[in-house]
Structure formats: structure tokens, C-alpha cells
Design a protein around this ligand. Structure first.
Ligand code: SF4
Ligand code: SF4
Length: 377
């Protein structure tokens, strides 16, 4: 059961079509009535990374959440929670992303993870962080439904089901963990640790429209026309990444999750349901990627020569100061524009994720000419 991923074609955010597609996908993974039972407290965990409206495709579309709520109600489940912790300003995110409206219309509980007492959850089998500052809503729910959005991630290549659970970490801890882990390898192990500690019961992917380019917050919407469902986040990401043209070997945290036994090996994943054509997502071309990694491992003293740092766009920047507030090691100073201390910067790009004005780029991203193509129709 843990290796099955159901794929159902869904070409628009029409509520009834989305509801039918999710219902079919859940039926295909089987035994859903054994997990979703009357009287359970069910937490929906969308991806609500930034205060951006649904048409920007940075966050899980509210129609997908609405369809899940309606299906749960049909099963007699009334205690439905919607929860997340965004990079910056979670209450505003709930409002802009349509979650408050849904909660009001369907009588769901809004769970701002940042406002509920942080529990240091202990998990012996974690590798890098045995104790994690997770929201108590995560521990108190009977069932967690992980509802990610399919997107390119500028640092981790891909974001879907595994990475969405990182939003279970409360508030600024999310940024501080970047400062603590320092290297990409360590951070990827923390992503897997969070999955291991939160253990979502069901995953439903909003793959109707994803984000390509400068994801996870400042890229472009692209249609992929699918809903995915699985009991296993790793299996879901193996299929999700493949559907947008990404080789799993490029996504370090998926590889680590497989090696640590949190999901099936690539060859053991069983895809069922509709045939969905692969749509290759455009992504930032990283210059000096390999050279940078070699320098980080072998010549840390010289690494700062190669390491990527944020570049600020004077036209788009609104001088809001959020990037400065977000930076876990105070590497950004606000002058007329933000400036970065290259020596201090740990290249986590939390600042880029938090900037919703598309004013931050990585210094190592090669400019590409705009392509005109007819993909994702
Ligand atoms: S770069 Fe973005 S987050 Fe930073 S001040 Fe400018 S608009 Fe705000
Ligand atoms: S400047 Fe940006 S990339 Fe550098 S450490 Fe701060 S948040 Fe991370």
C-alpha cells in the first residue's frame, strides 16, 4: 500500500471536477475508510508558503482544500482543522490564500502553528535532529492529510510532499535550523527527520497547476493537469518529480528518504490510474554548481568565492525589510536597498522564499532567454 501512487487527470479548478478527481484517487489507493473514520480529528496541511493569491501558484489552491473538506464531510468527519506556518506572517497568509473563507463556510478550525505552544517532539530514529520544534496541532490531530503543491525549488530542485511537512516547524525555527545545519546535506537530513516525526497519513498533491522557474514563491504558473494521491510522501515525490521532468538523483532529500527507509525504492513505486504526460518544468540554471560544492567540501576557506548569495533587484524591491527580518544569521542590512554580507551568508535563501515581490535572485543563476513554448496547456 505504501508504494502506490494514484494519478488522476484534472484539467481545471472547477470544484466538482476537483472533488471527483480526489475521490477517485483516494479510491484507487484503497482502504481509505479504514483511515478516515467518523469522530476523528483531521488536520489538513496545505502548502501556504507566502501571502500570495491562488493564481500565482505558490500555494495549494483553495479549491483543492475545499474538495477535501467536502469529501471528509461526506464521510461524516466534522472536526476538520487547516494548519500551517508560513515563512512570514501566517495569519495574513491564511486570509490571502482563501483558508479563512473556507473555515468560515465549512466550520473548520484554523490552526496557526506559530501560535500554539511549541512541543519539542523527540524521535529516536531521526538522524540529524532527534528533537524538533513542531506545532502541537501536529501531535494532537488523529489524522494528518498532507496537501502539497508541485513546484520547482531554487535550492532543492523540487518541492512536493516531503518538503511541505517542513511547515510543521513553528515560526522562525524554520530559518534558525538553516543556520544550525550549515550544509545542504545536513539540512536535507532535517527535511527527512521532519517527515519521520510528523508521519502524514495521506498525501494529496495539487498538481493541476504547479510553479516552474524561480520557485517556490517567485516562479511562473504552469499547468500539469493532475491530482496525485498516496499513503507515502516519498512515493508521491518520486512520481511528482518524474512528472515534471526531474531526475530523482538530483533531489538529495528524496534520495536520503529512500536510503533511510521512509519510502519505497524508485523501481518499487507502483503508479496507477490515468496516463499523464510529462511536462518538463523550466528551472534556474545554476552556474558553478559542482565547483561550489567541491570548494565547500575541500577548501572551505575559499568557499566564499563560489558560494551563491542573494542579489537584490532595485526595481522590484519595495524596501519592506522582510528579508532582513527573516535572515537567521543577520547577514542582511537595510540601506536604501538591502545588502548582504557575503562572508556571513550561509546561502539558505530563506530571504528569497520570504520576498513576495520577486526582488531576490541567486547570484549564481545564469540568465536565460525567455522561451516561448506551448507547454502545459
Ligand atoms: S528584497 Fe524583497 S523582502 Fe527584501 S526589502 Fe526588498 S521587497 Fe522586501
Ligand atoms: S542573506 Fe539570505 S541566503 Fe544569506 S543567510 Fe541570510 S537568508 Fe540565508
Amino acid at each position: 500500500m505504501n508504494n502506490i501512487v494514484a494519478k488522476v487527470e484534472c484539467r481545471s479548478y472547477d470544484l466538482h471536477k476537483v472533488e471527483r478527481s480526489i475521490e477517485l484517487a483516494l479510491k484507487q489507493i484503497g482502504n481509505i475508510d479504514k483511515v478516515l473514520k467518523k469522530g476523528k480529528k483531521v488536520l489538513l496541511k496545505p502548502n501556504l508558503v507566502s501571502p500570495l493569491p491562488p493564481e500565482k501558484a505558490a500555494t495549494t489552491h483553495p479549491v483543492v482544500i475545499e474538495a477535501v473538506i467536502r469529501l471528509l464531510k461526506d464521510m461524516g468527519i466534522e472536526d476538520i482543522w487547516i494548519g500551517d506556518s508560513g515563512v512570514h506572517g501566517t495569519p495574513k497568509i491564511f486570509s490571502i490564500c482563501g483558508m479563512n473563507d473556507l473555515a468560515e463556510r465549512y466550520g473548520c478550525k484554523i490552526c496557526d502553528f506559530d501560535n500554539y505552544y511549541t512541543d519539542e517532539i523527540f524521535e529516536e530514529s531521526n538522524k540529524y535532529m532527534k528533537r524538533l520544534p513542531l506545532s502541537k496541532y501536529i501531535t494532537e490531530a488523529d489524522v494528518i492529510i498532507n496537501i502539497p503543491k508541485i513546484k520547482i525549488h531554487h535550492a532543492e530542485v523540487y518541492t512536493g510532499a516531503i518538503k511541505n511537512m517542513y511547515g510543521s516547524i513553528v515560526g522562525k525555527n524554520k530559518m534558525q535550523i538553516h543556520a544550525k545545519t550549515q550544509t545542504k546535506d545536513n539540512f536535507q537530513h532535517v527535511l527527512v527527520d521532519v517527515l519521520n516525526s510528523t508521519k502524514p497519513d495521506i498525501c494529496i498533491m495539487d498538481g493541476i497547476e504547479g510553479m516552474e522557474g524561480n520557485g517556490p514563491a517567485n516562479g511562473k504558473p504552469i499547468k500539469t493537469n493532475m491530482i496525485l494521491a498516496s499513503y507515502n510522501a516519498v512515493a508521491m515525490d518520486i512520481v511528482g518529480a518524474k512528472q515534471i521532468g526531474i531526475d530523482i538523483k538530483e533531489v538529495g532529500y528524496i534520495v536520503k528518504a529512500i536510503k533511510r527507509g521512509l519510502g519505497p525504492r524508485i523501481k518499487d513505486v507502483k503508479e496507477i490510474g490515468d496516463y499523464i504526460p510529462v511536462i518538463v518544468y523550466d528551472r534556474p540554471a545554476i552556474a558553478l554548481k559542482i565547483l561550489g560544492r567541491v570548494a565547500q567540501r575541500l577548501m572551505p576557506v575559499f568557499y566564499y568565492l563560489f558560494k551563491p548569495v542573494p542579489k537584490f533587484d532595485p526595481v522590484n524591491c519595495t524596501k519592506c525589510g522582510i528579508c532582513q527580518e527573516i535572515c537567521p544569521i543577520d547577514a542582511i542590512k537595510m540601506n536604501t536597498l538591502p545588502t548582504v554580507d557575503k562572508k556571513l551568508c550561509i546561502s539558505c535563501f530563506c530571504c528569497q522564499e520570504a520576498c513576495f515581490s520577486d526582488a531576490i535572485e541567486r547570484s549564481d543563476v545564469k540568465k536565460k532567454r525567455e522561451k516561448s513554448h506551448g507547454r502545459g496547456a
